[in-house]
Design a protein around this ligand. Structure first.
Ligand code: NAG
Ligand code: NAG
Ligand code: NAG
Length: 485
C-alpha cells in the first residue's frame, strides 16, 4: 500500500518511466519544479529552435537511469547469489539523480560565470537540504527506510569535496564504492547524467547519438579491481561504444554547446546579468550575488530573469536591458574569427604568453581601423576535450572479459584500435566584437583579424609544433613573436 502513489511519466527520450512515491513527493516541490524554467542548453535555444528542453525533464531522466543502472547491477548479482545492493541504495541513487542539478542558475552553466563564487554542484546540495527541510520530507523518507546516513550518501553522490584518506565517504562504506560511480563518476565522467543529456540533447538538436546506454546497462557488472575497490565494469568488447560515447560528446560541443553564435549570445546574457548582479530587482528579495547564499531567494532565479529585466522600467537596469534588446532583435556580438591551438602544454604556454604580452597592443591595432575601443573586444578560449584534460578517459575505465568476469581490467588504446584519436583536448582562441557593426564594417574587421592575427598565429604555432623537440619555450617566443605585430 506504500507504493500506491507511484507515477508514470511518458518521456520523449526514455518512454514510460515509473517513479516511487517518495520520488514523486520530491518532484512535486517548488524547488524541483523550478527546473522547468531553466533551459538545459542556455543560449543554444536562440540558435537551434528545437533546443527548448529544460533541466526538469533532464533531471527526471537522470533519476530514472540511475535507478535502471542500480537495478540492473542488483539483478545481475542477485542471480549470482551475491547481495550487493539493497532497496535503500536504489532509492538513494534515484534521489541523487533527480536532485543533482537543483543548483543550476538561469541559463544553466552561463550563470556560473556571473556568480563564480559557488559551483552549481555545491548549490545543489544546499538546495537539496532546503527542499527536504521546507517540505518536511524527513518523516516520509524515514517511512521508506532512509535516515541521516542515507541523506549524507545522497549528497555525496551529487558532489563531494576531495578528502584525503583511503575512503573519503561517510554515507556508504568501501564495499559499496561502485555506487558512487552511477550519478557523477569522478574518475572519468562516464555516468548516467551524460547518458541522459547526450540522448536528450541530440534528440532536441536533431543530431545523431551513436551511444546506446541500454547496451551499457546490459553489459555492466561489479568487480574488484587492483586498487582493492569495487567498480562498475563493462564487457571488453563494448570499449568501441565508449569511444563513440566520447565522440558524441565532442560533436555536441562542436556543433551546439560551443557554437559560435550560441557563445556570442551567452556572452551577451552574461554581460547583461553581470551589470545587474549587485542590484535589488523589483520582486526579488535579494541581489543575484546574495541569492547564491540564500536558497529561498535562489528558488526565484530562473531564465525568467531575462524577461523581468526586459520589461522593467527601472533605470538601474537600463544597460542590461539594452543588451537583452539586442539579443531579441538579433543584433548580436560579432564573431571575428578563431584559431585552433593543439592542447600541447608547451604551445599553450607560448600562446598565453604572447597574448598577455601583446594584449593591449593588438586590441589597439584591431580597433584602429574602425575607431573601436579595446573594451569592445572579447577574446574567448574554447577548450573541447574528452573530459579529463589531455588524458584519455577510456583508459581509466574498467572492463571484464567473458572468460574471467570477476576480474576488472583496463584496456590501453593500442590494444583497442589504431584508428582512434591521439590527442584528447583542443583549444580555440576566438575573438568577438561587442559593438553593432554594419555588414561592410564586419567584413573589414574579419579580414583584418584573419591577416593580422589568425594566420600569423597559425604559422607561428605550426613552426612551434614541428620544432618542439629542438628548442625551448623561452627561445621560441622571441624568435616568433614578430609575426604578431
Ligand atoms: C508516449 O509518448 C510517445 C512519444 O513520445 C508516444 O508515441 C506514445 O504514444 C506515448 N504513449 C502513450 C501511452 O501515450
Ligand atoms: C585563455 O586560457 C589561458 C590559460 O588557460 C588563460 O591564461 C587566459 O586568461 C585565457 N583567456 C581568456 C580570454 O579567457
Ligand atoms: C565510472 O568509472 C569507473 C572507473 O573508476 C568505470 O569502470 C565505470 O565504467 C564508469 N562508469 C559507470 C557508469 O560506472
Amino acid at each position: 500500500s506504500l507504493m500506491k502513489n507511484c507515477k508514470v511519466f511518458n518521456d520523449s527520450v526514455h518512454g514510460h518511466m515509473e517513479f516511487h512515491p517518495l520520488l514523486v513527493k520530491i518532484i512535486d516541490t517548488p524547488q524541483f519544479q523550478r527546473l522547468r524554467y531553466i533551459k538545459q542548453l542556455g543560449g543554444a535555444y536562440f540558435v537551434y529552435p528545437g533546443a527548448s528542453h529544460n533541466r526538469f525533464e533532464h533531471s527526471l531522466g537522470v533519476g530514472y537511469l540511475a535507478g535502471e543502472l542500480a537495478q540492473a547491477l542488483k539483478t545481475k548479482h542477485d542471480n549470482e547469489g551475491e547481495n550487493l545492493i539493497d532497496e535503500k541504495d536504489i532509492l538513494s541513487v534515484q534521489i541523487a539523480g533527480l536532485c543533482h542539478d537543483l543548483g543550476h542558475g538561469p541559463f544553466s552553466h552561463m550563470f556560473e560565470s556571473v556568480c563564480p563564487k559557488k559551483k552549481h554542484e555545491q548549490i545543489s546540495i544546499e538546495m537539496f537540504d532546503y527542499l527536504v527541510e521546507e517540505n518536511g520530507l524527513k518523516p516520509l523518507m524515514k517511512l521508506y527506510g532512509l535516515c541521516d546516513p542515507d541523506l549524507i550518501f545522497i549528497k555525496e553522490m551529487i558532489h563531494s569535496e576531495d578528502k584525503h584518506g583511503n575512503w573519503p565517504h561517510e554515507g556508504r562504506g568501501e564495499d559499496k564504492s561502485f555506487l558512487y560511480e552511477i550519478v557523477a563518476n569522478k574518475t572519468n565522467g562516464v555516468d548516467v547524467d551524460k547518458f541522459d543529456y547526450f540522448a536528450r540533447d541530440c534528440h532536441h538538436l536533431g543530431m545523431q547519438n551513436n551511444f546506446d546506454y541500454r547496451r551499457f546497462l546490459k553489459f555492466a557488472r561489479v568487480c574488484e579491481a587492483e586498487d582493492g575497490k569495487k567498480h562498475i565494469c563493462i564487457r571488453d568488447k563494448e570499449v568501441y561504444n565508449m569511444y563513440d560515447f566520447f565522440h558524441t560528446r565532442y560533436c555536441l560541443h562542436r556543433r551546439a554547446y560551443q557554437h559560435r553564435v550560441n557563445k556570442a549570445i551567452e556572452i551577451m546574457i552574461r554581460d547583461a546579468l553581470s551589470k545587474v548582479k549587485d542590484i535589488k530587482i523589483e520582486g526579488f528579495e535579494k541581489t543575484l550575488l546574495e541569492s547564491i547564499d540564500d536558497m529561498a531567494a535562489y528558488t526565484k532565479l530562473t531564465d525568467c530573469l531575462l524577461q523581468v529585466i526586459l520589461f522593467s522600467t527601472d533605470d538601474n537596469l537600463k544597460e542590461a536591458k539594452e543588451i537583452i534588446e539586442r539579443i531579441f532583435s538579433r543584433d548580436l556580438y560579432v564573431f571575428l574569427g578563431e584559431t585552433l591551438v593543439v592542447e600541447s602544454k608547451v604551445c599553450k604556454n607560448i600562446f598565453v604568453k604572447l597574448i598577455s604580452q601583446k594584449k593591449i597592443e593588438w586590441k589597439k591595432k584591431l580597433a584602429e581601423p574602425l575607431r573601436l575601443k579595446p573594451e569592445d573586444f572579447e577574446t574567448v578560449n574554447v577548450t573541447i576535450n574528452y573530459g579529463m584534460k589531455e588524458r584519455n578517459p577510456i583508459e581509466t575505465m574498467y572492463f571484464y572479459t567473458k572468460s574471467d568476469p570477476q576480474k576488472a581490467v583496463k584496456l590501453p588504446k593500442e590494444q583497442v584500435s589504431h584508428l582512434l584519436p591521439d590527442t584528447f583536448s583542443e583549444t580555440f582562441i576566438r575573438v568577438y566584437c561587442k559593438k553593432s557593426l554594419q555588414p561592410d564594417e564586419k567584413k573589414r574587421l574579419e579580414n583584418w583579424c584573419k591577416e593580422n592575427i589568425f594566420e600569423p598565429l597559425q604559422t607561428r604555432l605550426s613552426f612551434c609544433n614541428c620544432t618542439l623537440n629542438c628548442i625551448t619555450v623561452t627561445s621560441c617566443v622571441p624568435q616568433t613573436s614578430h609575426y604578431i605585430i
